[in-house]
Write a protein that binds this ligand. Structure first.
Ligand code: FAD
Length: 108
């Protein structure tokens, strides 16, 4: 089976980066595809118990695909739920923090 931690870091990198660069005002086509991407994870993510857990969280918290700020926060909150389950520190989900980490890098 794949290394769960390496797979997780790679997947979060992709998802948070896609959210950080998602449009402020996505087209219906972009929204529908982002929703499909998120809803595919519980079906296809190659860590069965992670996928099942994530599916329950997505069902309880419908994805906000309305724009990049809402999506970045929604994803950050779902990641924090996994962090909490694993005993990791929560991440500050303010847009400034997720943008610094996943889009802009630290200011100098
Ligand atoms: P990661 O949690 O992988 O985070 C990578 C980087 O993201 C961090 O270094 C930090 O800079 C940043 N970051 C951290 N939190 C946030 C946040 N809330 N918002 C934005 N950025 C953040 N592992 C399990 O053992 N059991 C599971 O059930 C499980 N479920 C998972 C479900 C999904 C959908 C995914 C993608 C991964 C899952 N994982 C699971 C893997 C787990 O979340 C971690 O990826 C793995 O434990 C490695 O952790 P890490 O400490 O290296 O950092």
């Amino acid at each position: 089976p794949p290394d769960k931690d390496q797979l997780g870091r790679a997947t979060w990198t992709f998802l948070h980066t896609a959210a950080a660069y998602y449009p402020e005002r996505p087209t219906p086509h972009q929204r529908a595809n982002m929703l499909s991407l998120i809803r595919a994870l519980p079906v296809l993510y190659p860590c069965a118990h992670c996928a099942e857990d994530f599916g329950e969280r997505v069902a309880q918290n419908p994805p906000d695909v309305s724009g990049r700020a809402g999506l970045s926060r929604w994803l950050c909150e779902r990641h924090n739920e996994v962090n909490e389950k694993l005993g990791k520190e929560p991440f500050d989900c303010a847009i400034g923090k997720t943008d610094e980490r996943w889009r802009d890098g630290p200011a100098d």
